[in-house]
Design a protein around this ligand. Structure first.
Ligand SMILES: NC(=O)C1=CN([C@@H]2O[C@H](COP(=O)(O)OP(=O)(O)OC[C@H]3O[C@@H](n4cnc5c(N)ncnc54)[C@H](O)[C@@H]3O)[C@@H](O)[C@H]2O)C=CC1
Ligand SMILES: O=C(O)[C@@H]1CCC=N1
Length: 269
């Protein structure tokens, strides 16, 4: 391994491609990046689309300064076993896998290697990602800054203690799926009431975007913003009462706790 600044993305599925495309948009050259991918046709597709070299996991581990692990948690033990003989303690390992602890990764790689755990999310594809990073036992400031530099290519990055990562995974990692679920439901309601699907979709997507912007730009508490929409005896009050009657708030709490518990369980599997 040389000090070549090269970044290898090991596992180029949804998240691997999201990071890859973000790094290229942010100005990294294809020669600075390597990818590995088990599915041959996927590897060919990405090489053609982005002009990056596709190599084996062992070659990536032997060459790149930074190894970004983006396989499913279940595939992590096999990947770590494969790269362990080639990894050197001077490299930085950045893991995006849900539930997998830095301790688990450290225990399978040469002693002393720096591991950064990251929880990203898919809005990174449009440079509006939210990523949280945590340090492993052998990280110093330079490793965290390196990981922040990678993730900042696709959105915001914050630092959290690793013990918060399961909750982070449940909130911002899985979060886009809950929002899309709400969006689907609102579009469906519009269609039930006779709106063309395209009109309902336009209305819902812009309402979501505007509401997110209102939250971020005013910094107001969501309850205050909701109360401003809710006229006494009006339409919103009628709708919110139904949501409360159907225990939607409790359902969100349970759903997000289930995601947190699943993240914890993945580490043990
Ligand atoms: N999709 C999402 O919204 C998020 C995913 N993550 C994490 O990112 C990781 C990847 O998730 P996705 O990209 O959604 O999964 P994915 O299944 O789309 O991508 C994983 C890729 O790794 C490849 N792969 C598996 N084993 C390999 C090996 N040994 N060598 C080379 N390639 C290998 C697979 O062929 C696949 O293309 C997971 O650990 C997940 O927890 C984290 C946050 C959000
Ligand atoms: O569903 C999952 O397990 C991954 C982690 C966060 C979002 N997707």
């Amino acid at each position: 391994m040389t000090s070549n600044g090269q970044v290898a993305i090991l596992g180029a599925g949804v998240m691997g491609e999201t990071l890859l495309s973000g790094l290229l948009r942010a100005g990294r050259r294809p020669e600075e990046l390597l990818i590995t991918e088990r599915r041959e046709e996927r590897a060919v597709e990405l090489r053609e689309r982005y002009g990056v070299d596709v190599v084996t996991n062992v070659d990536a581990a032997a060459k790149a300064e930074t190894l970004v692990l983006v396989v499913k948690p279940q595939d992590m033990p096999e990947l770590l076993a494969e790269i362990a003989p080639a990894v050197q303690p001077s490299q930085t390992i950045v893991s995006l896998a849900a539930g997998i602890t830095t301790g688990f990764i450290e225990s399978r790689l040469p002693a002393g290697v720096a591991v950064v755990r990251v929880m990203p999310n898919t809005p990174a594809l449009v440079d509006e990602g939210m990523a949280a990073i945590s340090r492993g036992a052998h990280c110093d400031e330079s490793h965290l800054v390196l990981a922040e530099g990678l993730l900042a290519a696709t959105g915001r990055v914050i630092r959290v203690p690793e013990k918060q990562q399961d909750a982070v995974t449940a909130i911002s990692g899985s979060g886009p799926a809950y929002i899309f679920f709400v969006v689907e439901s609102m579009i469906e309601a519009g269609v039930h009431m006779g709106l063309p699907r395209s009109t309902a979709t336009d209305l819902v997507v812009q309402t979501l975007f505007g509401s997110a912007k209102l939250l971020r730009e005013t910094g107001e508490h969501p309850t205050v913003l909701r109360e401003r929409v809710t006229s006494p005896g009006g339409t919103t009050a009628a709708a919110v009462r139904e949501l409360e009657d159907h225990k939607v708030r409790a359902a969100f709490l349970s759903a997000i706790e289930a995601a947190r518990n699943r993240s914890r369980a993945l580490a043990a599997e």
